[in-house]
Design a protein around this ligand. Structure first.
Ligand code: MN
Length: 353
């Protein structure tokens, strides 16, 4: 959901609208991916973006489990946050790899560019297959399927697993549904589609314990709620109440405990502030600030974050800004002001729209 500010030549320049169109040939490319995967005799490594979320982990686990069922040597390389770790079996996830075995196929899921991919030296891969739903994806890899219209990468993985011919069971369907649930905010965000709901229904038919899954996904560490209290104390409104921000300092996180890495939730909470168009959580990290942005009512989190050197979706995006919290908030506020001005101009140009 969020994107590093690492310089990336293939990324659209600041101010250039990202390409949010899908590739018309996506079913054909997915078929080609499935064919090449079924013929692959070497190891297969499944990875996703840094700071993995439910879609990153869920998509990866579902695909790797399907591949192993088909007799492939497949492993997920990932360190998930604490609240998602229950999805993986003990020992199922590999720590970061310094080197790849010869003839390794790497699946990069839910990751917009090679710098976002966590845990493998991509340049050592015999082939890289890129499956993603971020409009800012650079279309890297030997084969790339990028569909920004998909609510979750897990929806593309669902299609891919069908094409691979794996037999669906609860172990594969549960992480796949997790990706859909978490990227749609439990079917509440604007990306919730008929496809997302229908696919969820299909996955539930494969044996997912839906009530247990949604309940478990919302569990948080007892100390999380103390951190939540601290962060909510920092809530501030700017731009005539249209921008709400809150922040997490390194000191707050240190006090709460290093294993408490669940603060991505907080931006979803302040997004519910009445009257706002843009919500942002600023997370202080050594020398930089990670900014998670949510937008509604036609405002684009993606445009704001592209301006800050990041990327993502229209409704949810992120960036990493160099400097301290105040500098990051100033840059965010300026970018948001420009985005709100763009919206007002668009409304004047097309009052009906
Ligand atoms: Mn995703």
């Amino acid at each position: 959901m969020t994107v590093m500010s690492t310089a990336e030549p293939a990324r659209p320049a600041n101010g250039t609208p990202p390409d949010n169109r899908g590739s018309a040939d996506h079913p054909a490319v997915l078929r080609r991916m499935a064919e090449r995967t079924l013929a692959w005799t070497g190891p297969i490594v499944v990875v996703a973006h840094v700071d993995p979320d439910g879609d990153a982990l869920g998509s990866s686990l579902a695909l790797a489990r399907a591949l192993r069922q088909l007799g492939k040597r497949a492993v997920v390389v990932m360190e998930p946050p604490r609240y998602l770790a229950f999805l993986a079996e003990p020992g199922e996830l590999s720590p970061a790899l310094d080197a790849l075995e010869p003839d390794t196929l790497v699946y990069a899921l839910d990751a917009g560019d090679p710098q976002r991919v966590w845990g493998v030296p991509l340049d050592q891969a015999a082939a890289v297959f890129n499956v993603d739903h971020h409009g800012t994806n650079t279309r890297f890899g030997d084969l790339a399927v990028v569909e920004p219209s998909k609510a979750a990468c897990a929806l593309l993985v669902k299609e891919l697993i069908d094409l691979l011919g794996a037999e669906w069971d609860a172990a594969i369907a549960t992480p796949c549904l997790t990706g859909i649930l978490t990227d749609t905010g439990n079917f509440r965000h604007g990306n919730t589609s008929r496809e997302a709901l229908e696919t969820a229904g299909e996955l539930i038919d494969h044996g997912v314990d839906y009530v247990a899954l949604t309940d478990r996904l919302q569990w948080r560490h007892p100390r999380y709620f103390h951190l939540l209290g601290e962060v909510m104390r920092t809530v501030r409104y700017d731009l005539d109440g249209q921008l709400v921000t809150a922040y997490v300092t390194e000191a707050m996180r240190a006090e709460a405990g290093a294993e408490l890495d669940d603060s991505e939730d907080f931006v979803g909470l302040i997004r519910n502030a009445e009257g706002i168009k843009v919500a942002a959580l600023l997370k202080e990290r050594a020398g930089s600030v990670k900014v998670s942005v949510r937008a509604r009512d036609g405002a684009s989190a993606q445009r704001i974050c592209l301006e800050l050197g990041g990327g993502g979706h229209v409704a949810a995006a992120g960036a990493t800004v160099e400097g301290d919290l105040e500098a990051a908030r100033a840059a965010l506020t300026a970018a948001t002001a420009r985005e709100l001005a763009r919206l007002r101009e668009a409304a004047v140009a097309d009052p009906a729209g």
